[in-house]
Structures are given as C-alpha cells and as structure tokens.
Design a protein around this ligand. Structure first.
Ligand SMILES: Nc1ncnc2c1ncn2[C@@H]1O[C@H](COP(=O)(O)OP(=O)(O)OP(=O)(O)O)[C@@H](O)[C@H]1O
Length: 260
C-alpha cells in the first residue's frame, strides 16, 4: 500500500496545478517523477511529504490520511530533500545531520542519545561525510553539500525518501555519486525512493518505475522501458531523440532536435 494520493487537487491563487491526481508508489521501489518545467512535479512532492497540506483529496500512508497523523510521527517514516535547501551560515555538517533527529525529540519524552548518535553516525557514514563533520555546510562543494542534506534526511531513519531534483547544479561525476548513494539506500535498507528527475537517462538507469506529470495530472506510469520511449519524448517534451544501447546494456535516449 505505502504512499498514495487520491483525487489530489492543488491550486495556487486560483490556478489549478494538479487536478484529481490518483497515484500510488510501490513500497521498496525507486520511482522517478518526470515531466516538463512547471508541470507540477515539486507541487506533487510537497503534497506527498506534507510540506504543503493545502490540497483537496488525500495523501495516504499505509491507508492512513497523513493530515490526521502528527507531523513528528510522519517525519519518522518519511523524509524529504526539497529543491535548493539552504543552511544557516554557521551550521556544521554534524549539526545539520543532527537536525534530522528532531522528529524523535519532544518536551514530554527524553530523547534517546544512543539512538540519536547511532542514526547520525550511520547517516554520515552512508553519505561519506566523515571528513567534513565540523565544516560549516556553506563551505562545502555542491556535491558535498547535497550529500549533507541527504544525510540529514537519513538521520530521520525514514522508510520513504523523497528527493526533488537531487542532482541539480552537480557535475556529471557528482550526479552519479548522488544517484549511486540513493540506489544503495534503496537496495541495502529497502528505503522507498520517490525522486523528481530531469535527466531522462538517470531515470532510465536508476528508477524501477516512472511517473510522468503533464496536463495537471499523471500522463503515464510504468517501467522505464514502457514509458521512456522516443514517442514519449516527442509527446511530452517536444523533443526528437535517438536511442543508443550503452555498455551496461541500457537503452539511453539522446535528444537531437525539437519536434517541428
Ligand atoms: N507557492 C506557489 N504559489 C503560486 N504558484 C506556485 C507555487 N508553487 C508552485 N507554483 C506554480 O505551480 C506550477 C507548478 O510548479 P512546480 O514547481 O510544481 O513545477 P515543476 O514541475 O516542479 O517544475 P520545474 O521542473 O520547473 O521545477 C508553476 O506554474 C508554478 O509557478
């Protein structure tokens, strides 16, 4: 069952962005959400994660309406790395990752220092940030910084991790580094991944399922092979593409020109 949206409608200032969207995300899988600029991909992710709760319809986690769950309880199960997250100037990597333990602390209940420490150490280890723990986040390179934000989300020990364009501004090597971390988290710990991606070939290579957002809703959903075709790139992005088989045996798409 896991995470699903039912009749989800989101509007801003009278403009309907998503209309009656029904979509469910398979537990334990990696799903890529793709679609043109402005289609509503981030809007969907924000509603799914409760960053935005101003919507009609429902977001359900294992059948339970997330708006009826406490935010802390939800944050123990689901974490989001939003687009363009920024840390205050003096916050170190360790402090940032430690913020991820917030859902486990409260006025009423003493925190569990051992569980906190283990989760933070695990998150830092998994994102290979050991050498940077005392460095202010703003003094990291783009790739290191993105890993620090992923580590903060991991410290929440989520079952579901939502990522909004996690490779933006990264060079091709660091893009693959982030995608490999995400893939490992899914394979080793079974964390369900739901990620907005712009790179069609990352979606082909790293996703089990694809959701295409267009015209206020889900335009298509299926496996990368079913969805990421030359026809789809023409219909959805207005781009003509060629197909090549790479050395891993994956058919990749190379945009050639705009469809006239
Ligand atoms: N808080 C807001 N107030 C008003 N309009 C908004 C708000 N958030 C998003 N929008 C509008 O909703 C539409 C969808 O935005 P969204 O960021 O979800 O698109 P996207 O598919 O993620 O785009 P991109 O690929 O460019 O990141 C856009 O027209 C955007 O301007």
């Amino acid at each position: 069952m896991a995470l699903e949206a039912k009749n989800l409608t989101v509007a801003f200032e009278g403009n309907t962005i998503l209309k009656n969207v029904n979509v469910s995300f398979s537990p334990g899988k990696r799903t890529a959400i793709i679609g043109p600029n402005g289609a509503g991909k981030s809007t969907l992710l924000k509603a799914l994660s409760s960053l935005n709760r101003k919507y009609e319809g429902q977001v359900l986690l294992d059948g339970e309406d997330v708006r009826e769950m406490g935010r802390k309880k939800l944050s123990q199960r689901l974490a989001i790395l939003p687009q363009g997250a920024q840390a205050p100037a003096d916050v170190t990597v360790k402090q940032l990752v430690d913020f991820g333990r917030f859902p486990y602390r409260s006025w009423l209940r003493a925190s569990d220092p051992k569980a906190d420490r283990e989760a933070v150490e695990w998150a830092i280890e998994r994102t290979q940030l050991n050498a940077f723990v005392d460095r202010p986040v703003i003094r990291l390179s783009g790739g290191e910084r993105q890993r620090a934000w992923i580590a903060m989300a991991l410290a929440q020990k989520p079952e579901i991790l939502l990522l909004d364009e996690p490779t933006t501004y990264l060079d091709i090597g660091h893009q693959l580094e982030v995608m490999n971390i995400v893939e490992d988290l899914n394979r080793e710990y079974g964390i369900t991944i739901i990620m907005v991606l712009h790179d069609i070939n990352h979606a082909l290579q790293y996703a089990d399922e694809i959701v295409v957002i267009k015209d206020h809703g889900v335009f298509a959903q299926g496996t990368p092979k079913e969805i990421l075709t030359v026809d789809m790139l023409g219909n959805v992005f207005g781009v003509r593409a060629d197909v090549f088989v790479n050395s891993k045996g994956i058919s990749v798409l190379s945009p050639v020109s705009l469809v006239k």
